[in-house]
Structures are given as structure tokens and as C-alpha cells.
Design a protein. Sequence first.
Length: 332
Amino acid sequence: MNKFLIAASLTAMLFSARASAQKDSIRQYVSKALDIMQHKSVNKSRINWEELSRITLSDASEARTIKETYPVLGKALRALKDSHSKFYPAEEVRQYTLGYKATGQAFPVIEGKLLENKYAYISLPDIGSFNKDDWNLYINTFYSKVNELQKQKPKGWILDLRNNYGGMLYPMYAAAAPFFDRKNIVGTKDAEGNIEYFNYKDGKFYEGPAATQFFTLKERQPSQIKAPVAVLVNKVTGSSAEFITAAFAGQKNVNLIGVNTQGLTSANQEYKLSDGSFLVLTIGNIIDRTGKEYNIIGEGIAPDIRIEKTDDKTKTNEAYMNTAFRYIDGKL
């Protein structure tokens, strides 16, 4: 009987130790996420961190597994009030990393064509994949279509960013690079006022002076486009697509045509947590070549030429295209 009691006591102590260790692990996980938020959030100076930490750790205290803390961290991110930060669970991150083909998704369609024998039209769609092969395919496909259109010597270009809700900026910026006129045209401004411009050259994406992303190019990078460019935007155009939109602000051979963009004009950075989940945190606001900061949530980027939206999608599209044609022809 005594041996049984001793064994039962040891088992209880072992279970208690494991439960305590699990609780410590959960607390460390949440504390680490809070630490990243406090040091990197664009709104960090506006937050009562003592109160947010107390509430978040209290909410997480009942969690028995790290997975059960996901809603808690989502709530903490919403408290930052930047409308852009988000928590991505480990399983969702794996899906993003596997890419379109492995997960049975349709790859973004990049449409390129010559309109009325003189206007080169090409779309720049969203890309929601963290897979490097997807990025390379996206860039190479875009370059291939631009190269083919350049052979036809168009009078001007129409770059369509409508309905591009965002996704990964790196491949999108690299694809659009032939349309940009110079360096240091778009970047971010953080909570301390530090500015870091993005650039691209020879298959490398730069954040400030550091090359942070590398692409494998099979297609020749198109020569710089100097003809007039009509960039089409709408209310869906958001996030990374707004970085592309802002990059054109003030460029002499470009006019933005449409309506104000979505207004998610802030920069997000992925921070990997111990279980593989991502804390995607807003760390700064978009800044353009003129030094203008886009820091008002929901305001978006205003077009140079406004298109009045109608309930008839066909008529709205016709208005976009006719306006683009007139701009390229020098009639606006």
C-alpha cells in the first residue's frame, strides 16, 4: 500500500511538473509575441503596454496549448489599431510556403495584350504566396509578356492594378521595376521617423542598403519604359499594390487613373514564432519619393485622373480604358 501511495504521489508530481512547464512555455510564447509588438509596432508609442500585456497574459492563462493562444494574440494585434497586423497560424503559414501548385490553387493570371494596335496592356495581379518558386514564375511571366509587347513598339502602356488586394511585395516590385524611372521611389517610415527605401536591381530586392530577397531570372529584364504609362487603380487596390501605386507618385510619364485606393498604406513584416506561426506586424507607413507619408488608415492614394464608378461594370471599365487611351494620346 505504501509503495502504491509513493508511486501515485510521484505520478502526480510528474504530471504537475509537466503542466507547470507547459504553462511556462505558453507564457513565454505569448510574452515573446508581445515583446515583438512592443518594439516593432508602428503604433507602439500610442499603446499602454503594461495594460495590454496584463490583459493578454490573463486571457492566455487558461490556454492548455500554444494553439489555444492564437485568438488571444489576434485580439492583441487588433488592439494596436493599425488595421493591417494579423496572426497567421502555423498551418496557414505552411500553406503559403507550399505555394499555389502544391495546394491546388490557381496561379495569378498576368494578362498582356496590345489594344487597338498601339496601347500595351498588362495586369499586375496580387500574389499571396510565400513560395520562392512562385515568385520566380510570377516575375518571369511578367517580364516575358512585357518583352513581347515591347517588340510591337506601343505608343503607351496601361498597367492594371485594379482588384490587386496585395500579398507579397517582393515579386510584385521586381516585376514592375521596368516601369519605374529611378531609385528610392517608395519605402517605409517607422515609429521613430526612420526612412528606408526599397529598390530592385539584377534579380535582387533591397531594403535600404541590404539585399534581402534574391530571384532566379530566366527571362531578360525588359528595358526601362519611357513612354506614357496609365496606371489603373480602384478601391480594392491595397497593401503591397498600394506600395506599387505610391512608387509612381510624381513620376513624369505616369498618371494614376481611377479612385482612391483601399487605404492599407502601411508596411508589414513577418516574425516567425517558435511553433512556425507568423506574427505579421505593421512596422511603418508608406512614404513616396517626395517624402509624403501615407499614414491615414482608409484614406488611400488619390488618382491623378478620377473615374466615376457606376453600377455597370462594363461601362466603368470602358471609362477606365477610354481615359487611359486619351492620356496616352496626349488629350488629357
